[in-house]
Design a protein around this ligand. Structure first.
Ligand code: SAM
Length: 285
């Protein structure tokens, strides 16, 4: 890739704690661009001062995303280069950036991402839980209905789940998870990359005992074990236990499935051979 700065937007990852986690490329771009747009200029100025970066700063956050986004894209059209930084980690991950990327695509404005630190992936790898497939939920919503949907989704999720959480809500969230998910394995990662970095691993119950008795400090990432294949099969069996096989077949046929496909689905749901389910359709005729 060409090393010269271009009229475009550079989304730059910044450290999530340890300042040494900034990349050489991000440092160079922050020095070379015409403007740095930061989620919180008071926060980012400390980072820039530390690295002796004098580039003009402007704000770009949740509340001025629309107007400021347009202004920044206009600057690029005039030939200027812009760097976008959030308070920590990757812009666009539970931080502003995604909306501007969507608009850059729509309006054919050049942009790229300079990768780097991210709390979710750091916690996931440190957790020791499966990294084969995972689902990132960001923060659980504080709106009741949305939160309920998120918890329902997590409950059924077989991939490892990653959540962001603030220290004063972590115990409440653990209680809610225990109530809905049972006693799954979790990892609580806090102060990642910082002096007091800690990764606590164990069951949700044990995590509650541990964190109820101390004032949780620092920012948290919660990593939650997904449902095992046996639990998924068991949940399916329980779901259909109140249906007879003919009712179960009807359920799918009413949804528009052919008899053949309904048989297949019922066989999978109940872990039965297809011919076993097929018998019930013959008895029907
Ligand atoms: N954009 C960031 C990223 O790429 O990770 C996330 C920003 S989000 C607004 C902030 C949340 O990320 C915190 O509430 C916490 O859950 C998590 N986080 C950020 N830094 C962290 C750290 N050093 N240790 C643990 N969690 C952290």
């Amino acid at each position: 890739m060409d090393n010269k700065k271009k009229p475009m937007i550079y989304f730059c990852a910044t450290p999530i704690g340890n300042l040494e986690d900034i990349s050489l490329r991000v440092l160079r771009i922050l020095k070379e661009v015409d403007v740095i747009a930061a989620e919180d200029t008071r926060h980012s100025i400390k980072l820039l001062n530390h690295f002796n970066i004098k580039t003009p700063l402007t704000s770009y956050h949740q509340h001025n995303e629309l107007t400021k986004g347009k202004y920044l894209m206009d600057l690029v059209r005039e030939g200027k280069s812009i760097a976008i930084v959030s308070d920590a980690g990757m812009p666009g991950i539970s931080d502003p950036g995604q909306e501007l990327i969507r608009r850059c695509i729509e309006e054919e404005i050049s942009f790229t991402l300079l990768p780097g630190a991210n709390a979710a992936l750091t916690a996931l790898v440190l957790s020791g839980l499966s990294t084969e497939a995972f689902a990132f939920e960001g923060f659980l919503s504080r709106e009741k209905a949305i939160r309920k949907n998120q918890i329902d989704r997590i409950k059924k999720e077989s991939r490892t789940i990653i959540l962001y959480e603030s220290p004063n809500r972590v115990v409440g969230t653990l209680k809610e998870l225990e109530e809905h998910l049972g006693n799954r394995q979790v990892a609580l990662a806090r102060e990642l990359t910082k002096h007091y970095e800690e990764v606590w691993r164990g069951s949700i119950k044990k995590a509650l005992e541990e964190f109820q008795n101390r004032q949780p400090k620092g920012e948290f990432v919660l990593v939650i074990e997904g449902l095992s294949q046996e639990e998924i099969a068991e949940a399916k069996r329980r779901r259909w236990a109140s249906f007879t096989i003919p009712e179960h077949l009807n359920y799918y046929m009413e949804q528009g499935y052919s008899k053949k496909d309904a048989i297949k689905k019922v066989a999978v749901d109940r872990n039965l051979p297809k011919r076993e389910v097929y018998k019930y359709t013959i008895e029907d005729n």
